[in-house]
Design a protein around this ligand. Structure first.
Ligand SMILES: [Mg+2]
Length: 189
């Protein structure tokens, strides 16, 4: 017996929003140089700041670039939108946590629904209580749609990249438990 925790990385274990936003601004400058002609450092700071507010809509990294573009366009109307190795390095550097590489699933591993199915089939996980901690409500809803994954306890981390509206919606879904950071830390001990 025992517990198996499947943890989302970005938003649950790590807050990458600052770094990913700065990277997205740099990439957007290269991609759309003309768009950035009128953008000064004050506006750039504003964009990075705003990215924290719009971050919940992002599913995959490249979408940050489109958000940067949208933010720039919203301010300059005349102009008219992680790999597993990376996760491993970050965890080790920032938190002093070493997780065996075979236990880290990155973008290349496939959708999370698929990863959860693989995890529950492993012989060493038979009989364990299954827990999935995620900060994206849409991902949890995808899990609920899969009858095969009925055995997972689902948690929405309220410290992650989700909105008040999404947290309220999650509170009305019986399958999902809202989780606070302090309770999450206790669970991991
Ligand atoms: Mg996340």
């Amino acid at each position: 017996m025992g517990d198996l925790y499947a943890l989302d990385f970005d938003g649950v274990l790590c807050d990458s929003c600052g770094e990913s936003s700065i990277s997205a601004v740099k990439a957007a400058k290269v991609r759309w140089p003309a768009l950035f002609d009128g953008v000064d450092s004050v506006l750039e700071d504003w964009i990075v700041d705003q990215m924290h507010i719009v971050r919940p809509v992002v599913e995959t990294g490249y979408e940050n670039l489109l958000l940067v573009r949208l933010l720039v366009e919203s301010r300059l109307p005349s102009i008219r939108k992680s790999s597993s190795r990376f996760a491993d390095a970050l965890l080790r550097e920032l938190a002093g946590v070493t997780i065996p590489p075979e236990r880290i699933y990155g973008l290349g591993t496939g959708p999370k629904v698929k990863v959860l199915k693989q995890l529950q089939l492993r012989p060493e996980h038979q009989g364990m209580k299954l827990h999935f901690v995620e900060d994206r409500l849409a991902t949890l809803k995808n899990v609920i749609k899969e009858p095969e994954l009925d055995g997972w306890n689902l948690y929405l981390g309220d410290w992650g990249y989700n909105t008040q509206k999404e947290r309220e919606e999650a509170a009305n879904i019986s399958r999902i438990q809202l989780l606070q950071l302090s309770d999450f830390s206790k669970k991991l001990k």
